[in-house]
Design a protein around this ligand. Structure first.
Ligand SMILES: [Zn+2]
Length: 645
């Protein structure tokens, strides 16, 4: 029996820039003056580990090749938030984008609390050797910067902070896993030929709720606001910013209300798909030492298994694979004077929401000659006039449509689970031909069509049982006689599985997020001595019936469901109250007794003849889900819940 932990949660990615609109490029001379120490360094080791709070941190050991300012030890260890552990990616705006083996010009920033960071975030660690995939002119700019730094110091080492105490200690400071060269790639910049999306490992990210016709829920923390900005003004500015992106794409938002987050929005560790907007920096996320006005970013999930970093959890839009954003955020620094101007405040909100949606800067060139990039909302600086507010440029809408097209949205399908029934070799052939056993009927959809017009593909599979796709039915062919109890709901939620197939729907242009079909229990069929298994597991039946082989086609508790139904539905075959049933209905809300992670379709009919689905396939994660019903048509409507096998 194999159990695979798929740690399918938590992945932190902050937009690939800190700076938002906000970063005023500092002349080299000023940067040299403000940094505590400066060195040219090679990254000789990167280790990633969790800190006691569970956050991912990277510990970089830098070989100092040249000391330009201050006193540096031969090797220096710098630790910062972010890193890659398995399929969990934490990418923090303020952290450098070190790759093992890379050579960097590093501006160190010794903080008042004695910790060491990088001056002005990733812009304080400039890669000097050319990494794969970076534009030549980025490289040329870095070389130019190094030469300007040397000029400004007259080619000599100048006085600065003593960083000797950050030399590596003899034992390894942390346990963790080394990261390979090239784990990180900078956010792309379209004026430099990038994709226009913030990317980790070359993969951008997107919210998938709009594909299902759902809104991205927005929570707002207005505990503090820039001076002179009232709460109604701030909320109107937010509405204008959300409207701008909605008008330009298939993204839909819904402001749920204002609430105090109690911590920095980026640290709210709930992967609930929400966008959290914090209109202040009361938790000091944004260092006072830099010129950042705000942050926008998202936390994403990539791949399914650590060994298989398969992109596509967020769908494939046109030809581009995306990771799935599982929460996003915006934080504004209310103490920065610029934001007291309402038009700039609104523009910054709009810009940061663009980052939350996965967009990178259109350009970070202070003298960008192309107005397409320099007049974009996603340009890296605030744009005049100050009254511009949330008006997008001609660049921004089409760019967001590359991830959220208006007229043809990508298809989708929920993750599914099922229970495997196994038999001894003599019974295997019989078992593999039983109609309701070891098979899952798949259903996908999109906002324009349904699975009738979508193409379904089995991408890969994990575990010891073979999966075969026949039409829209995925069959599993067990290879061994084994038994293991059903995983707990929390284990299923965490991605523990026995076997798993990964699939996706395509509409010919876009593909759905890759979704999983996972086995969450292994049942031995009847006793091995019986050569003709009927699919009803003896170990499941025995506690109810006292025997291993009751007739699966009878309904001993008279609740309308056969014993085989009750096995498949996860209900009690000798208790009439335990069955698939509607538990609450008042004309506007319907609840039913569901088994978590099973798939249900809610349907309506006016005369019990033709049944039409309400919404898409539902896979609740808890036992008594409720659905708000659409307004009834006419005098009479019937509703039913169907479980999809
Ligand atoms: Zn920005």
């Amino acid at each position: 029996m194999n159990r695979w932990l798929l740690c399918g949660f938590l992945v932190v990615s902050l937009a690939g820039d800190v700076t938002a609109t906000s970063f005023e490029p500092i002349p080299v001379v000023a940067a040299v003056k403000r940094a505590s120490a400066i060195g040219r360094c090679e990254v000789v080791n990167l280790q990633v580990a969790r800190d006691p709070a569970g956050a991912i941190r990277t510990y970089a050991t830098l070989q100092v090749l040249e000391t330009i300012k201050g006193t540096l030890p031969p090797q220096i260890v710098l630790n910062y938030p972010g890193g890659k552990l398995g399929i969990e990616n934490a990418y923090h705006d303020f952290s450098p984008e070190f790759a093992a083996g890379g050579e960097y010009l590093v501006f160190f920033d010794l903080q008042a609390d004695g910790s060491l960071s990088i001056f002005n975030g990733p812009r304080g660690a400039i890669r000097l050797d050319l990494p794969a995939g970076r534009a030549e002119k980025v490289q040329a700019r870095a070389k130019q910067m190094l030469s300007e730094v040397r000029q400004s110091t007259g080619g000599r080492r100048i006085t600065g902070a003593n960083l000797q105490r950050f030399a590596p200690i003899s034992t390894a400071p942390v346990s963790g896993q080394s990261v390979s060269t090239g784990s990180w790639q900078a956010a792309s910049v379209t004026a430099d030929g990038g994709s226009g999306f913030t990317e980790v490992g070359g993969v951008p990210r997107r919210h998938t709720a709009p594909d299902r016709g759902e809104t991205i829920k927005v929570l707002v923390d207005t505990d503090f606001l820039p001076p002179g900005i009232t709460q109604p003004q701030a909320l109107q500015a937010l509405q204008n910013a959300l409207d701008a992106w909605e008008t330009a794409s298939s993204v839909r938002f819904e402001i749920e209300g204002t609430v105090s987050f109690g911590q920095a929005a980026i640290n709210v560790d709930l992967n609930d798909g929400r966008l959290r907007i914090q209109m202040h920096d009361a938790y000091n996320l944004i260092p006072n030492s830099n010129t950042t006005l705000g942050i926008g970013g998202g936390v994403f999930r990539s791949g399914f298994v650590a060994q298989d970093p398969l992109p596509g959890r967020g769908g494939r839009v046109f030809a581009k694979e995306f990771d799935e954003t599982i929460r996003s955020y915006v934080v504004l620094d209310h103490e920065k004077a610029t934001l007291a101007t309402l038009g700039f405040f609104e523009q910054l909100l709009c810009h940061e929401i663009g980052h939350a949606l996965g967009l990178a800067h259109s350009s970070e060139n202070n003298a960008e000659p192309n107005p397409l990039f320099s007049e974009a909302m996603m340009y890296f600086k605030l744009i005049s006039p100050s009254t511009r507010g949330a008006a997008l440029g001609t660049y921004d809408g089409p760019k967001l449509q590359e991830s959220h097209p208006i007229s043809n949205t990508p298809p989708f399908s929920p993750n599914r689970v099922f229970e495997i029934v196994t038999a001894a070799p003599a019974g295997q052939a019989i078992l593999n031909n039983l109609p309701r056993i070891n098979r899952v009927t798949l259903q996908g959809g999109d906002l324009q069509s349904d699975s009738q017009t979508l193409n379904l593909q089995l991408i890969t599979q994990t575990g010891e049982n073979e999966f075969v796709l026949q039409g829209n039915v995925l069959r599993c062919l067990p290879t061994s006689f084994s038994q293991a109890p059903r995983l707990s709901d929390s284990e299923i939620e965490e991605g523990v599985i026995f076997s798993q197939a990964l699939l996706r729907y395509s509409d010919g242009i876009h593909a759905s997020p890759i979704f999983s079909v996972s086995s969450v229990a292994l049942w031995a069929s009847q006793h091995p001595a019986q050569a003709t298994p009927n699919g009803l597991p003896g170990a499941w039946a025995a506690p109810f019936f006292g025997v291993q082989n009751p007739n699966p086609n009878l309904d001993p508790d008279g609740d309308g469901f056969t014993t085989m139904d009750e096995f498949l539905f996860g209900t009690n075959p000798v208790n009439a109250e335990s069955k698939l049933q509607i538990t609450n209905f008042d004309g506007s809300v319907l609840q039913w007794a569901a088994r978590p992670f099973d798939a249900y379709i809610l349907e309506t009919s006016v005369a019990l003849g033709v049944w039409n689905p309400i919404g898409f396939l539902r896979v609740p994660t808890f036992g008594n889900p409720s659905v708000n019903l659409p307004t009834a048509v006419g005098n009479r409507n019937f509703y039913r819940v169907r479980r999809l096998e």
